[in-house]
Ligand binder design. Structure first.
Ligand code: NIG
Ligand code: FE
Length: 420
């Protein structure tokens, strides 16, 4: 369907990240944003048509200005729509009681091992109707959009039985269809060993491999397959089996690695050629080097470290070692109940030693590559999907400096204004 062209004019800084669509951005290039001052973008039919200085676009499109919706971005920062490549979006309920327990000294794993944590949200999600699940998850997706996020990856994993995992993935699919934001699905049946399998975890691994993964793939409900590889959850060997099985069915591997303890997760991600390894708070130096060599993207989640009161992943070291770094909220009810990618970028600077330019690269084009969408989104270039966020700050440095505030002014998704 055709809709009115949009002309964004006079951006004080237009961050294009041009030339990054082919491969994840590494090293010193993460600092290069390809900025145009007094920048201008013409959007038409949901796509970016032309990007340049305002003088250039005025010469080419000036005669058509009457048919376009003109957005004056004077004094503002224009960036690609932010992308969140790791969330547990689809669930019901919340766990503020556990937050209070942790503030009083209990650990995340203690709570989970005593039947709370992921198990608590699983109980709630198993009981919820698809309508409830849709309504609660949609509210979160609305909030993502208000924070400038135009694409969200969403994992299942609060069912851990075939029918409830499918219920979650179908809700994610419906959200993708009905909501302005795009939702990209990951199957994460291997989120925990469900309580009913506690005494025979390998039977659950077999169930995942023999029944759940093939059925999810057959129904085309997910693109990726993820596993929580952590002591007391899934071992590296079990994780390897689960991820290899997914790959045989066309689901690309992702992994929750080295979140709580060093557990060879980064090494495993490189050995199996995962698209990304996520968390990595306790990744080993060898694992980081192996990820750089294998081209595995590090999806770092500094909000989770902050909320679990743990030391963040060493983002600085990973970039210096040549790993492509992306950032994400990890939005979930236990370890990171936030939707604020801008706050996550602030934490990237303040807790992981990343520069304001690097965190923007990590939250846009590298996040796009982490969900295999680098050719469609994540930079402002002709031919790409017209997903753009306008912030009411003069430059990308100020976006990191004035932390803890939602500076989003306008959000455009597929060439339409969806937040203003
Ligand atoms: O990425 N670590 C495992 N999964 C989530 C937390 C899920 C939850 O606590 O509900 C994470 O931190
Ligand atoms: Fe997670």
């Amino acid at each position: 369907m055709r809709h009115q062209p949009i002309w964004i004019r006079h951006a004080q800084q237009l961050v294009t990240l041009a030339g990054t669509s082919d491969a994840p951005v590494t090293g010193e290039r993460m600092n290069q944003l390809a900025i145009i001052e007094d920048g201008s973008v013409w959007l038409e039919d949901g796509k970016i048509m032309r990007v340049g200085t305002d003088a250039q676009l005025a010469a080419e499109y000036g005669q058509r200005s009457g048919e376009a919706l003109v957005i004056d971005a004077s004094g503002k920062l224009v960036t690609p729509g932010l992308i969140d490549p790791h969330t547990h979006l689809v669930h019901v309920g919340s766990r503020q009681n556990e937050f209070n327990m942790r503030l009083n000294g209990a650990t995340y794993m203690e709570i989970m091992n005593s039947g709370g944590g992921i198990h608590a949200t699983t109980r709630a999600t198993r009981e919820a109707s698809a309508e409830q699940l849709f309504t609660e998850s949609k509210k979160r997706l609305d909030q993502f959009l208000l924070h400038g996020v135009t694409t969200v990856e969403a994992k299942s994993g609060y069912g851990m039985s075939l029918d409830v995992e499918i219920k979650q993935l179908e809700v994610a699919k419906l959200l993708d269809e009905k909501h302005p934001a795009d939702v990209v699905s990951t199957f994460m049946g291997a989120h925990a060993v469900p309580l009913e399998y506690r005494e025979r975890p390998d039977d659950f691994v077999d169930l995942l491999i023999r029944e759940m993964i093939p059925e999810v793939a057959r129904r085309q409900l997910a693109e990726f397959n993820d596993v929580f590889c952590e002591r007391g959850v899934f071992t590296p060997e079990q994780s390897r089996r689960i991820l290899e099985a997914g790959r045989q069915h066309g689901l690309l591997p992702k992994i929750h690695a080295d979140e709580i303890e060093p557990y060879q997760g980064a090494e495993l991600s490189a050995e199996i050629g995962a698209v990304s390894a996520d968390h990595l708070l306790r990744a080993s130096e060898r694992g980081i080097q192996m990820m750089a060599d294998a081209g595995v993207i590090a999806v770092l989640l500094p909000g989770t470290a902050f909320f679990l009161m743990a030391e963040s992943a060493n983002g600085r070291r990973m970039i210096d070692a040549g790993v492509a770094v992306a950032l994400s909220t990890d939005c979930n009810p236990g370890s990171s109940p936030t939707v604020s990618m801008p706050l996550i970028m602030n934490l990237g600077c303040l807790k992981m030693g990343m520069t304001p330019a690097e965190v923007l690269t990590a939250a846009t084009i590298n996040a796009a590559h982490a969900i295999r969408r680098g050719d469609q989104i994540g930079s402002i270039e002709p031919g790409k999907q017209a997903d753009i966020t306008i912030f009411d700050v003069p430059d990308f440095m100020t976006l990191q400096y004035r932390y803890g505030v939602n500076h989003v002014h306008t959000v455009l998704k597929k060439g339409r204004v969806v937040v203003s």
